[in-house]
Structure formats: structure tokens, C-alpha cells
Write a protein that binds this ligand. Structure first.
Ligand code: NAD
Length: 419
């Protein structure tokens, strides 16, 4: 039992144990790799529009600082607690190491339903959260980014708040900012584009021609909508999508650009009712070539894993598959090609790294340059995962996590234990 214990943290521990066994990591080296270096919990009071005061709980967890500053998103959701944030910070560490970034993992968040706040309240909460975090973060200590429930505007408020306290503009304190406030071209699309790029690589690996295949996408926010659009632009028929309000299903393929326009105006899929409505959870078991969970954790459990009818499972979300489901998917790995989350959605942090580098250098790149470099990093990681999976005859998740864990472990051993 630790301060982090809970279903999502326990899942991160179970996943790590599988890898630590596979890598024969001695027991006494495991806690040093797994347990977060630091965590902070804050109370964020704001004035509500009705004159009352409300207090929201916020967190930030920094997993390890061995390779450089920590890096990770900020989640505004009612699921947020210390354990969920710690698990997400740990996954960020394996992800950054897998794709070769000079970062440890971090994550933060506030337990709040952001849609229940007015814009003024959301700004007040975002600014108060960042103000509470100032002693804990910094461009060379811990760099924030968006995640579920946060967006470019919130990153701009974070950056502005931090900068006001420093007496100078410090764009490099957060990534995922608007381009007008020091962001990089291609960051908003980076995660979804990366998901679609890796789907193309997986299809090549399986000798599948992507054009004319079918896809199902759960979650239609930043990651899901862009992944769906990129797949649609590659000739894939996106037959079903869902969000927290419902699901849409059209066997002939949905009009993804129109759906994106609808969500930009309405904020969700609700009201776009020309197609058949479905239960949001139901779409994951639809037969399709490409399945992209791009919403929340633990949506694919053991029962669902045995009934999945996809050829490629591209994990856009963090932690969508439980360790029990993994055991089944591992057995089904000739039928279902898994692109594990720490690889599949890593385009986001890769381009966040590019944004940080550009901010530090005050030198900005063209979008083509950002995309070229993103795909180059993803291709290298994809090939390393495939090589490892073939060499050791292991599941893609095992291969990806093993590479990440080994790199963090190697860096810790080389640096030694202080004092
Ligand atoms: P977002 O807030 O932009 O969108 C989340 C989407 O999921 C929304 O459409 C929401 O309605 C939907 N959703 C929520 N609960 C759902 C449910 N139970 N069933 C179906 N849909 C549901 O968030 P995002 O940035 O797109 O993040 C999605 C996932 O991708 C998260 O797991 C996040 O950690 C991960 N991720 C995001 C980034 C990034 O750059 N934004 C990078 C890496 C990983």
C-alpha cells in the first residue's frame, strides 16, 4: 500500500512487474525504477460566477529526473487522483525513453469536470493551479503539456501565469501552446498524426493496403479526431466513432471532416444524428481493420480482449488495455497487431520536445520540418520495437516497455546512487 494505490497505479505496477521479470531486474532495483521521485497535492480555490467559493484538488507527479527535466500533460477530469496521475507519469517515463527524449515522465491534473465551469472560472482555476505549481516546476525541472480536458488556451494561461511571476516571458515552461504564444506548428495534430503514421507502418508490416480498410475510433477529442481525419485522408473508412455523449456508426464510412466541424461548434458528437446512434462502449467490439481507443484508461478488459475483431489495435489513449486483457492479446498476437500506447501516442511528446527546443533556441521550424522529424523518431522507435519483438519472440507491449525501462535503468546505473 502506498500513497498512490488505486486501480490505475496498480495497473502500472503490474505492467512494470511483467517487464522487470522479463528483464530479470533484481528485486532491490525495482522500487528505484518504479516509485515516483516526487509528488505534490494542492488545493485550488476559485470564485464561482455565482459568488460562492469552490476548492478543487490538484496534483503533479514527477517520476524520475535521471535523464533531464520531467515532461507530461495536465488532465482536467473527475477521475483524477494521485494514483491515476502517478501511473500516467510512470508511463510517460517509459515512453520518453523509448523514443529517445532527454526527459523523465511527469503528469498533473485537477479533479474537475471542465465542462461545468464557465470560461472565466476555467481561466481562474488554470491560473491558480499553475501558481500553486511554481515552486515545483520549471523549464529545466518539469515541463507541462495538455492532456484530457485541457487545451492550447489553458497552456497559454499556464505560460502567462508562470511568466508574470518570473517577470519575463518563459514560453518553454509548457508545450502545446497556441502558435501565437510560442507554440510550434504541428503540435496540436502531432499525437493523432503519429497514431495514423504508425497504423500505416503496421499495415505495411502486415502487407495490408490501408485504402479501403475500416477503422473504429473511441474518443473524438484532440487525439481521436485527428487520428480519424488522417486515416480518412488515407482512404480508410472510419465506420464508427464515439465520445462521452454517444457513438455514431455508419458501415459505409462517416464523414470525418463534417464531424470535426460539428464538434468544433457543439463541443461534442451530440446532435449529429444523421447516423445510427450506439452505446459508446459497444463500438470497441465492432469488426474493423483498425481499432483506435483514444479516450480513457482500462476500456479493454479481459472479456473484451477475447472478442475484439480488429487486425490492428492502435492505442491512442494512455493505458486503454488492462494487464488481464494483455495476457489474452499476447496469445492473439498473430491475429491482432498491437501498437502499444507508449509508442502509438508518442508523437505528442515528441513534438512537445521539438516545441521546447524551439522555445529555448527562439528559432522556429516550418510545419514540414516538424512532421518530417516526428515521423523519423516514430519510425526509429517502431523499428526498434519490431526488432526486439522478433528477436525475443515477445508481444509488442513487452518489447516497447522493455526498451524504455532498460534505458532508464541504464542511465540510473551509469549515474550511480547519490550520495
Ligand atoms: P480530449 O479531452 O481532447 O478528448 C477526450 C475524448 O474522449 C473526448 O472526445 C471525450 O468526449 C471522449 N471520452 C471521454 N470519456 C469517454 C468514454 N467513456 N467513452 C468514449 N469517449 C470518451 O483528450 P485527448 O488529448 O484527445 O486525450 C485522449 C487520450 O489520449 C488520453 O488517454 C490522453 O492521456 C492520451 N494522450 C493525449 C495526448 C495529447 O497530445 N493530447 C498525447 C498522448 C496521449
Amino acid at each position: 500500500m502506498t500513497a498512490y494505490s488505486g486501480p490505475v497505479f496498480d495497473m502500472a505496477v503490474k505492467q512494470f512487474d511483467v517487464i522487470a521479470d522479463y528483464l530479470s531486474i533484481p528485486d532491490d532495483a525495482r522500487a528505484r525504477l518504479l516509485m515516483p521521485k516526487r509528488a505534490v497535492a494542492v488545493s485550488c480555490p476559485i470564485h464561482r460566477d455565482d459568488g460562492t467559493t469552490a476548492v478543487f484538488q490538484g496534483y503533479r507527479v514527477q517520476h524520475h529526473l535521471t535523464l533531464g527535466p520531467t515532461k507530461g500533460g495536465t488532465r482536467f477530469a473527475t477521475s483524477v487522483d494521485l494514483g491515476e496521475i502517478a501511473a500516467l507519469a510512470i508511463w510517460m517515463s517509459w515512453k520518453c525513453a523509448l523514443v529517445g527524449l532527454p526527459y523523465g515522465g511527469a503528469k498533473g491534473g485537477i479533479n474537475v469536470e471542465p465542462l461545468s465551469l464557465s470560461r472565466r472560472e476555467l481561466e481562474a482555476l488554470s491560473r491558480r493551479y499553475m501558481q500553486e505549481m511554481i515552486p515545483f516546476v520549471g523549464p529545466h525541472t518539469d515541463v507541462m503539456a495538455p492532456d484530457m480536458g485541457t487545451n492550447e488556451q489553458i497552456m497559454a494561461w499556464f505560460m502567462d501565469t508562470y511568466s508574470m511571476y518570473q517577470g519575463q516571458t518563459v514560453t518553454e515552461i509548457v508545450t502545446g501552446k497556441p502558435v501565437s504564444a510560442g507554440g510550434t506548428l504541428g503540435r496540436r495534430e502531432a499525437t493523432g498524426r503519429g497514431v495514423a503514421h504508425l497504423v500505416r507502418r503496421a499495415a505495411d508490416e502486415l502487407n495490408i493496403r490501408l485504402s479501403g480498410t475500416t477503422a473504429v475510433v473511441q474518443g473524438f477529442g484532440n487525439v481521436g479526431s485527428i487520428a480519424a481525419l488522417e486515416l480518412h485522408n488515407n482512404g480508410v473508412k472510419v465506420i464508427a466513432v464515439s465520445d462521452h455523449t454517444g457513438a455514431l456508426y455508419r458501415p459505409g464510412g462517416l464523414n470525418i471532416p463534417k464531424l470535426i466541424e460539428h464538434v468544433a461548434v457543439r463541443g461534442s458528437l451530440e446532435g449529429y444524428s444523421n447516423e445510427v446512434d450506439l452505446d459508446p462502449a459497444g463500438i470497441l467490439s465492432l469488426p474493423c481493420d483498425v481499432l483506435v481507443p483514444a479516450a480513457v484508461e482500462r476500456v479493454i478488459d479481459a472479456k473484451l480482449a477475447s472478442t475484439l475483431r480488429c487486425r490492428i489495435l492502435a492505442e491512442g489513449a494512455n493505458g486503454p488495455t488492462t494487464p488481464e486483457a494483455d495476457q489474452i492479446l499476447e496469445k492473439r498476437r498473430d491475429e491482432i497487431f498491437l501498437i502499444p500506447d507508449i509508442l502509438c501516442n508518442s508523437g505528442g511528446v515528441v513534438v512537445s520536445y521539438f516545441e521546447w527546443v524551439q522555445d529555448l533556441q527562439r528559432f522556429f521550424w516550418e510545419e514540414e520540418e516538424v512532421m518530417r522529424r516526428e515521423y523519423q523518431v516514430l519510425d526509429r522507435a517502431f523499428e526498434q520495437v519490431q526488432a526486439r519483438s522478433r528477436k525475443d519472440n515477445v508481444f509488442n507491449r513487452t518489447a516497447a516497455m522493455a526498451i524504455g525501462v532498460e534505458r532508464v535503468r541504464g542511465a540510473k546505473e551509469t549515474r550511480g546512487l547519490f550520495p
